[in-house]
Design a protein around this ligand. Structure first.
Ligand code: ZN
Length: 477
């Protein structure tokens, strides 16, 4: 039986998060608008109307290109991609054909097999179509989305597994959010995938016939569509059939891809330079200025640095670098506590659990990086026990937004580390628990637990447990 290699390239559409649409002044946010109100003669393609390039969209596209390690050529241009479909009022899409705004980039993706480089063929700018809703009564057209700015990020056919595809797509989402070029919210359709997939016998170099699966709206759909296609194509090839070059759609309910049409070639679209728009000139000094000001440290670099600087677990690093806000939060907290291990543990476990339970984001919560930093510092200085920090103080910070020092003071939580007082409590415990002492002396170390419990109760949980254990042992041994 032949073993097949999977060859995948992804086209990822990301909506650029500008205030206005790509070529007109309509709002780029029509989620709360009634259908067909967020439109104007330009995005509705009325005759004689002239588009104007949204400079902010170009800027964010260039920044995204830089973040994907692309070259930004001085000259690029817009083209008309001609096709008729009811969601496209102009009868064509304004896109970039042979001269995209960014090209020849790469992204490093982490997988269970190690790091993998995925080449970026190009990133180009275009406008989006409207939205069709199919109902039993007929198909409804909403043009609010028509003309919103998009980036299409095309990868080289470097992807070889479902894991690589999924991690690559997640990395692109992260990068777009890091540089604020797209909110990439999949539930709002701000990020969508087209999958190009073919199979070839392992060890061969020529490509098999590729199938395109359009409009995958979630990571899960991407993974499932790939899984289905791999099985389907393997079965066809094993039966000696050829794969037909076609565009397929993904049926989320039946979990399968379905043939839609035979694949168009570029010349089916009759591309020609958009006559109503000037070429796009990106001068090198402007590109460099954007790189300096907006690109910053990217997820991959941040992961590398966190690993070197803080010696955290892979899982902690993954969580802490999920967004720039999260990474900054951690670093700010750690700059106060100077204890990366404990700070990371507080952020990735306790804080995130609280936020999840209350359905809050990091920025909505009353707990700031300063809270976490001071809390960990208070533990390290022996002011409060780890347990008190995790429970009483944490809950109070979450409720009131007060800093740990104030809460510790108000609630009288300060840990007792006075050696004289601790010794007194220990002696009292020894006198009150003769049975436990007997057990301990006959070799049962665990018997000490009863004494510690007694002391904690006596001190209302404020005795320093480390000190209590040490003092008890000193007294008994
Ligand atoms: Zn408009």
């Amino acid at each position: 039986m032949t073993e097949y290699e999977i060859v995948v390239g992804l086209e990822i559409h990301c909506q650029i998060n500008t205030k206005t649409k790509m070529f007109c002044r309509c709002s780029n946010d029509s989620f709360n608008e009634a259908p067909n109100l967020n439109v104007c003669p330009v995005c509705m393609g009325f005759p004689g109307q002239l588009p104007v390039i949204n400079a902010e969209a170009v800027k964010k596209g260039v920044i995204a290109g830089l973040a994907l390690n692309c070259n930004i050529p001085r000259f690029s241009k817009f083209d008309r991609k001609n096709y008729f479909y009811p969601d496209s009022p102009k009868g064509y899409q304004i896109s970039q054909y042979d001269k995209p705004v960014a090209e020849n980039g790469e992204v490093i993706v982490e997988t269970s097999q190690g790091e993998k480089r995925i080449g970026i063929t190009r990133l180009h700018l275009e406008d989006d179509a409207g939205k069709l809703t199919h109902t039993p009564a007929g198909t409804l057209c909403d043009f609010n989305r028509a003309g919103t700015p998009l980036m299409e990020i095309v990868s080289d056919p470097d992807i070889r597994s479902i894991e690589e595809a999924s991690n690559y797509a997640r990395e692109i989402q992260k990068i777009m959010r890091y540089v604020h070029s797209s909110d990439a919210d999949m539930e709002k359709g701000m990020m969508r995938f087209d999958l190009n997939i073919s199979l070839r016998p392992m060890g061969t170099n020529s490509y098999g016939t590729k199938v395109e699966i359009k409009n995958l709206n979630s990571f899960q759909a991407l993974e499932k569509a790939m899984e289905y296609e791999i099985k389907r194509q393997t079965k066809e090839l094993e039966a000696g059939n050829s794969i037909s070059q076609e565009t397929r759609g993904w049926n989320d309910i039946e979990n399968k891809t379905v043939s839609q049409r035979s694949k168009e070639e570029a010349n089916d679209y009759r591309y020609f330079p958009e006559p109503d728009l000037p070429p796009l000139i990106c001068e090198q000094d402007m590109v460099e200025a954007l790189r300096q000001e907006f690109v910053g440290e990217l997820p991959y670099q941040k992961r590398q640095r966190f690993q070197k600087e803080f010696l955290l677990s892979a899982e902690e690093i993954r969580i802490l670098t999920e967004s720039r806000a999260m990474a900054d939060f951690f670093e700010q907290a750690n700059s106060i506590a100077n204890n990366p291990k404990t700070v990371a543990s507080f952020v990735t476990t306790i804080l995130l659990k609280f936020l999840n339970e209350h359905e809050l984001s990091l920025t909505d919560s009353k707990i700031t990086a300063i809270h976490i930093g001071e809390l960990v510092k208070a533990i390290d200085e022996g002011t409060i026990s780890n347990n008190t920090a995790k429970t009483t103080v944490f809950e109070a910070m979450f409720e009131t937004g007060d800093l740990p020092a104030k809460i510790i003071e108000q609630k009288g939580l300060k840990q007792v580390s006075d050696t004289g007082l601790i010794e007194e409590l220990c002696k009292k415990a020894i006198d009150a628990n003769p049975k436990a002492i007997e057990d301990y002396k006959s070799g049962n170390e665990k018997a000490l637990g009863a004494l510690v419990g007694f002391i904690m109760k006596e001190s209302k949980g404020q005795a320093n447990p480390g000190l209590v254990n040490q003092t008890l042992k000193n007294l008994l041994d």
